[in-house]
Design a protein around this ligand. Structure first.
Ligand SMILES: NC(=O)c1ccc[n+]([C@@H]2O[C@H](COP(=O)([O-])OP(=O)(O)OC[C@H]3O[C@@H](n4cnc5c(N)ncnc54)[C@H](O)[C@@H]3O)[C@@H](O)[C@H]2O)c1
Length: 258
């Protein structure tokens, strides 16, 4: 029987894959057989990931690139394409999260949130989609959030720009899925619940109050364990999802069930 989840021979591009959930996905991709391209901000972390992936016997190219800057994105995608000759999987993972509501956020903070979380996906996809169209093959996975579906009820944890940006990711996912399905490209989204990472470790994960609220609301009664997003990402990256378009799977132990 063919292994539906085998990624041997594929090239997976992960944005912000030098740490956190992106780095976990990079390792999962390599273990499933893919070669790797990572674009991100932190050169030391990028180089560490390159060493890690090469030690697993896979090729890896890493590039410093801000996903909000079109010129950098265009050059990075061209370099990756020149190096591998194809890009089969795109995990649009890079993201930032700012606390505050509409009364507190500055215009600059609001714009920055959208520049990374939404415009970043637009720009990277803008240069990867034509490659995937030529290949008549591609899997695009956009990282949204549980916070696209539910908002924090407690004032201490409100993130209005984050809620809005992660909801926008879902609209973009649906639009892209409708436009590119006919070119053999699948576009879907994942919504992590609460995972420990640089984004959460000094804020949400440090708050007993938040952890209490989250685990009370979570039927699985716990935060996520490291790596628990990988199965859903691998599913959307593999031929197991060839007939799945524009879908959103939330990986949160059931926290968002209403
Ligand atoms: N950790 C969670 O609980 C959680 C929950 C829901 C959604 N998410 C989403 O998962 C994704 C990964 O988050 P994480 O928790 O691993 O956070 P993280 O802060 O550990 O990782 C974010 C990554 O994005 C990169 N990045 C940030 N801005 C960038 C830019 N302008 N250009 C290029 N790269 C950039 C960072 O360098 C980093 O590698 C994000 O989209 C986040 O919103 C995380």
């Amino acid at each position: 029987m063919n292994n539906l989840f085998d990624l041997t021979g594929k090239v997976a591009l992960v944005t912000g894959g030098e740490e956190g959930l992106g780095a976990d996905a990079v390792v999962a991709y390599a273990e499933a057989g893919a070669d790797i391209a990572i674009i991100g901000l932190e050169i030391e972390d990028l180089n560490n990931m390159k060493n890690k992936i090469e030690s697993l016997g896979k090729k890896c190219i890493v590039l410093e690139c801000n996903v909000s800057h079109e010129k950098e994105v265009k050059n990075a995608i061209q370099t990756i394409y020149d190096y591998f000759g194809h890009i089969d999987i795109l995990l649009n993972n890079a993201g930032i999260s700012m606390f505050g509501g509409v009364e507190d956020l500055t215009e600059e903070e609001w714009d920055r949130e959208f520049d990374v979380n939404v415009k970043g996906i637009f720009l990277v996809s803008k240069y990867v989609v034509p490659i995937m169209k030529k290949q008549n093959y591609g899997k695009i996975i956009n990282v949204s959030s549980i916070n696209a579906k539910i908002a924090d009820k407690n004032d201490a944890f409100i993130r209005h720009a984050y809620n809005a940006s992660k909801s926008a990711v879902l609209g973009l996912t649906k639009g892209m899925a409708c436009s590119y399905a006919r070119y053999g490209i699948n576009v879907n989204a994942v919504g992590p619940g609460l995972f420990e990472s640089a984004m959460t470790k000094d804020t949400l994960m440090k708050s007993d109050r938040f952890l209490h609220i989250y685990t009370e609301m979570c039927p699985s009664a716990r935060v996520a364990k490291k790596g628990e997003l990988n199965g859903t990402i691998l599913y959307f990256s593999s031929s197991a999802c060839d007939y799945v378009q524009g879908q959103f799977i939330i990986v949160d132990g059931g926290t968002s069930i209403v």
